[in-house]
Design a protein around this ligand. Structure first.
Ligand SMILES: [Zn+2]
Length: 283
């Protein structure tokens, strides 16, 4: 009995250690990926980000229909996706580049490893002192003009009206987290794709340079819809599903980690993916 108790304690301790470990501590450099299958990784990397970047959720509650999609092969063709884009008059250039070109990659032990992670950020700007303007979700708000976002800090900007601006083609290796730049170094450049979703912030608490309060809801349906399309396009270019992730989870426990994205509703995103995949199959 004593031994069984001991074994049980060890198992409990191991699970506790796995749960307690930040993603950066679960990254296997020999394989250049986080431990576990794509579902395990997504549950770890999509935990809700609370104010000031706190993460208390043990694992993200992901829709089982999304998990099934994530663990399966792509179930739509490039032709079907192109048909959908043409029907909706969306240019591939605005979605990170041509569907005919591959996404970025790293060279690891002489082998090409194409990008594995689709990292979701919010721009956390502009910041407001007391309240948000009442038009942040419509085209009259200046920052919903995609041409106002030019700084090359990610691959894509996605405005609250669902418009996008590609500042870096998905084929170009780019880093936008502390984990990539400070922990893994240049060997990781190309393994992560980065999407900046437009979201203003407010203070107090905090101040102009560190405003932690996000709008509620955090993002618009048009943003979730276009984010799902970006996820589908980048995965098509890879030939398999990427693993979605939040910036704050990637950098959890690293000094000066960011707090984005705030107020992200994971089910709204996965519902858009589920519906889009269904639409593409029928296209
Ligand atoms: Zn970020």
């Amino acid at each position: 009995m004593k031994e069984i108790g001991l074994i049980f304690s060890i198992i409990m301790l191991n699970s506790f250690i796995i749960f307690a470990q930040a993603p950066s501590e679960l990254f296997d450099r020999t394989k250049m990926e986080y431990t576990g299958d794509k579902a395990v990784q997504a549950k770890k990397l999509l935990r809700k980000v609370e104010i000031w970047g706190n993460i208390t959720e043990k694992e993200a509650q992901l829709d089982t229909n999304f998990i099934k999609i994530l663990l399966a092969d792509l179930s739509f063709t490039k032709k079907q996706l192109r048909g959908y884009l043409q029907k909706n008059q969306i240019s591939e250039v605005d979605l990170g580049g041509s569907l005919d070109s591959s996404i970025s990659f790293v060279i690891h032990e002489g082998q090409k490893i194409f990008a594995r992670y689709f990292v979701i950020h919010d721009v956390s700007s502009p910041t407001y002192k007391d309240k948000f303007p009442n038009n942040i979700n419509d085209s009259t708000w200046n920052r919903n003009n995609p041409d106002t976002w030019r700084e090359k800090v990610a691959h894509i900007y996605l405005t609250r009206t669902g418009k996008t601006k590609t500042v870096t083609n998905f084929s170009e290796p780019w880093r936008a987290t502390k984990f990539e730049s400070k922990i893994l170094g240049t060997v990781s450049k190309g393994l992560f794709l980065h999407i900046e979703m437009v979201q203003p912030r407010m203070y107090p608490p905090g101040n102009e340079g560190n405003a932690p309060v996000a709008p509620v809801p955090g993002f618009t349906d048009l943003q979730y819809q276009k984010l799902a399309l970006l996820y589908v396009c980048s995965s098509l270019r890879k030939g398999e599903w990427l693993v979605p992730a939040f910036h704050a989870n990637i950098d959890e426990s690293i000094k000066d980690a960011h707090d984005d994205p705030q107020n992200f509703e994971i089910n709204k995103f996965t519902n858009q993916i589920i519906n889009l995949v269904k639409d593409l199959r029928e296209n």
